[in-house]
Write a protein that binds this ligand. Structure first.
Ligand code: PLP
Length: 287
């Protein structure tokens, strides 16, 4: 067992010592897709949703990954089981178009896609701690619905946020809010939960999907329509969602206070989410 575990095409070891071959197309082109989810009690949260999205991303990028869900599930579990105990782990995996000499066109058919997996202990933030955001123009390309490894605009956006003492960057195309650098964003306004529709401008987040389902279950109407920066600034609450942090309330954007006007619905949704996470992972995760 290791604290941080690395896996590459069937080989496993301490993450710090694992190596990938120099021909892996993830290195040259970011030519691959990834997924990440929290693990508690050695149970990966919402794995079926992540596998659905993984196969969809593979299809959209035309990566000929031949292994089935049960095989992937088994390899992920092998890595999870090789990790030392921790209250929560973050499980990450990526599939690249494979290993062959650098050349833009797809490799020959016999080149198999490469699976890489890592797991590390993960400190989940308390949902009581509000997020501070900065806003930035969304300068990403228009394949944001695919969870590709090409993340440079998101890396730069998140770095700008950290440099300003903030947690995340909310991105907009003109006035329209899309999502955050590595999260989705939703608003509560007049009792309605509103979030951008799942088009090519946002990643269809698993946490976003669960949040909408939980809202409906609790009688909160949901609208999947775009909203503007002005609407975001005037929201009763703004909620940032991702698999690694679940549902975080926003307290400011660019230093201007935001939200704080519908704590009842916000807390209900956060509690419902946390209850779902605990129920589906066996209940012992700590926050
Ligand atoms: N949007 C982007 C751009 C992301 O990178 C992520 C997560 O990595 C999300 C949204 C949230 O998705 P999920 O809830 O599936 O983690």
């Amino acid at each position: 067992m290791w604290k941080n575990v690395g896996y590459y095409n069937g080989e496993m070891g301490p993450l710090e010592e694992m190596k990938v071959p120099m021909g892996d197309r993830a290195l040259y082109f970011g030519d691959g897709i990834y997924e990440a989810t929290c693990v508690a009690n050695r149970v990966p949260f919402a794995l079926d949703d992540h596998l659905d999205r993984m196969y969809n991303s593979l299809r959209l990028l035309e990566i000929p990954f031949r292994r089935d869900r049960d095989w992937v599930r088994g390899e992920l579990q092998r890595v999870i089981d090789a990790a030392e105990d921790a209250p929560v782990h973050l499980l990450y995996w990526q599939i690249s178009r494979g290993n062959c000499p650098r050349s833009h066109p797809f490799p020959p058919k016999e080149v198999e896609p490469a699976l890489m997996i890592t797991i590390r202990p993960h400190q989940m933030k308390s949902m009581d701690r509000p997020y501070r955001l900065i806003s930035l123009e969304d300068n990403r390309f228009k394949l944001c619905n695919i969870k590709t490894l090409n993340l440079i605009p998101s890396v730069l956006a998140n770095q700008r946020a950290v440099e300003r003492g903030c947690d995340e960057a909310v991105l907009h195309r003109g006035t329209r809010v899309t999502e955050c650098a590595h999260s989705n964003i939703s608003i509560l306004k007049d009792g309605v939960l509103r979030t951008a529709p799942t088009d090519e401008l946002i990643l269809p987040g698993i946490t976003r999907k669960h949040l909408l389902a939980l809202a409906r279950e609790h009688g909160i109407p949901v609208e999947e329509t775009p909203f503007s920066m002005v609407e975001l600034m005037n929201a009763d609450e703004a909620i940032v969602t991702s698999s690694s942090a679940l549902c975080m309330r926003v307290e400011s954007i660019d230093g201007i206070p935001v939200g704080g006007r519908d704590q009842e619905r916000l807390k209900l949704l956060q509690a419902a989410y946390w209850e779902k996470f605990q129920r589906e992972t066996g209940g012992a995760a700590r926050r």
